[in-house]
Design a protein around this ligand. Structure first.
Ligand SMILES: O=C(O)CCC(=O)C(=O)O
Ligand SMILES: [Fe+2]
Length: 379
């Protein structure tokens, strides 16, 4: 049986790719801070350093290979979910893919444009500016925090790193926002993110209620699983162009750990791929839409009727790419188990139950070994 490692720093890492940066120290006396991917590309590297290169057996010939997304694109009008036909389209999207693209989600184009623009501006700043939000404690490369700017945490020699940097900020519970880690440049960053996050929270609740209705359980069942201690994180992913997209991944394959993820993608640059029946598909983008996907805890709570999609990000030679994922989770003390209303003699529970804090603790370790933790809970 799996025993979750005890680690205070990992207790809030709801996305297995969200481990912040520290280079493995050669010894305790000589910790080393690794350059960000953006710094590597700025220095003009022609070959990705060895730590980023996927082992040959994981490349399956052509890494980028993915199929075009089959019709119809799962596009859902969130303002029409009270109509039976739109709700049925949502059901089909969740059954087939575990995600959908949302239109009429209530965030004005101008707010989305502002969000993307301040995010781009943050990453465009000189390294010293960005380091003011660093996730390293005292900048020493040894201790790190859940929040802040940085790149992958390195925990072992054989770990394959992602071709991306990130800024990771808590947005929920609202009272626990740590503004010391929020960029002060550009100046409007803070207000724009606060406004944006208040909107994504409404979208979260709307979508969770719609899913409960589709499943014919109490409309508030999933929303009620979210206590006032539940966390939400905004994760800004920055993917610099890569000289060898055939050798690396922007984000390694994973499913998100929480309940629901609301993703705002750069619509000019593709890169996100989703797996279905063992094949990878390029996810289409559409200006001012949001991509909303189920995450592992919600898969457990709905007893696997709707699944949390396995996804990854590929890089490209020419363009940098930015995405903003807002991860919504439950609090650490929540028992993860299927909604009782979905279980009966004919429909037994498909997952072992587990406390959320034990689940989140196991996520990264399994991810690192190329496994999905949720698979180990299946009965
Ligand atoms: O950048 C993307 O399109 C996906 C990001 C993602 O999967 C994540 O942050 O967990
Ligand atoms: Fe993800």
């Amino acid at each position: 049986t799996y025993r979750a490692p005890v680690s205070s720093t990992s207790s809030e890492q709801w996305c297995p790719n969200s481990y912040p940066s520290t280079e493995m120290a050669a010894s305790d006396e000589s910790p080393m801070v690794r350059p960000t991917v953006q710094e590597l590309t700025a220095a003009g590297v022609e070959e990705p350093p060895r730590q980023y290169v996927l082992p040959e057996q994981d490349r399956h010939g052509d890494l980028l290979a993915a199929d075009e997304f089959p019709e119809p694109t799962p596009l859902i009008d969130l303002s029409r979910l009270t109509d039976a036909d739109e709700a049925e389209r949502l059901r089909a999207a969740l059954q087939t893919w575990g995600f959908f693209l949302a239109t009429n989600h209530g965030i004005e184009d101008s707010l989305m444009d502002a969000m993307m623009s301040v995010s781009r501006e943050f990453f465009r700043q000189p390294a010293e500016e960005k380091q003011k939000c660093s996730n390293l404690v005292d900048g020493n490369g040894k201790d790190y925090q859940v929040e802040g700017y940085g790149s992958d945490k390195v925990v072992s020699e054989d770990q394959v790193l992602n071709w991306s940097d990130r800024l990771h900020l808590r947005v929920e519970p609202e009272g626990e926002r740590n503004f010391a880690k929020w960029p002060s440049h550009p100046e409007s960053f803070r207000d724009v993110l606060q406004e944006y996050a208040s909107r994504t929270k409404k979208i979260r609740d709307l979508v969770l209620r719609s899913i409960a209705e589709l499943l014919e359980i109490d409309e508030d069942y999933f929303v009620n699983q979210i206590s006032n201690k539940a966390s939400g994180f905004a994760r800004f992913n920055y993917y610099p162009p890569c000289p060898r997209p055939d050798l690396v991944l922007g984000l390694r394959p994973h499913s998100d750990g929480g309940l629901l993820t609301i993703l705002f993608n750069d619509d000019n640059v593709g890169g996100l791929q989703i797996q279905r029946d063992g094949r990878w598909y390029n996810v289409p983008t559409k200006p001012h839409t949001l991509l909303i996907n189920l995450a592992d805890c919600l898969e457990i709570m709905n007893n696997g009727i709707f699944r949390s999609p396995f996804h990854r990000v590929v890089t490209n030679v020419e363009k940098d790419r930015l995405s903003l994922a807002v991860f919504y989770a439950v609090d650490a003390e929540t028992m993860l188990e299927p909604a009782p209303g979905l279980l009966d003699d004919k429909r037994p529970s498909r997952y072992r139950k587990m406390l959320a804090k034990d689940f989140v603790a196991g996520l990264f370790e399994h991810f690192r070994q190329g496994k999905r933790f949720i698979d180990t809970l299946k009965i």
